[in-house]
Design a protein around this ligand. Sequence first.
Ligand code: RP5
Length: 165
Amino acid sequence: MSQPLVGIVMGSASDLPIMQAAAEVLREFGVPYEMRILSAHRTPEATLRYAREAVGRGLEVLIAGAGGAAHLPGVLASVTPLPVIGVPIGTKSLGGVDSLYSIVQMPRGIPVATVAIDGAANAALLAIQILAVRDRELREKLMAYRERLAQEVEAKDQELKDIKY
Ligand code: RP5
């Protein structure tokens, strides 16, 4: 497998059903990635080590999903110059608003780009957009993807018109 460019990190194996959507999108676009389970609270030292080494290992973007007291994306961002995209994981108790607020409310100086609750697919698309700034082939794939999205909407619109709902 080629050098991973995107690191997908999650706080727990229980985040995997959500975070696998990010892997699927990256695979669809042919972007090499790696996936890790690292917890800001349960394995803080391994988490910091991973973030500190990420740029030297050739990673270019990190995607981090966490739920509840979701400090993982911010902790990663605190020790790496790489862009970090946070995915707030939906929670049973507070619906994921806890995760969202924990991730989005970063202090000045250490940003984390935050997507919607359970928005792992968009996190991958944003990572691809970052990589595409200096990758024309990836940019073209993105534009083709958006064209397909538009065609899907148009096809559904046509179906609705046809059945005169
Ligand atoms: C967070 O706590 C994880 O990101 C996960 O979303 C949440 C619950 O983890 P588990 O108790 O399911 O391992 O650290």
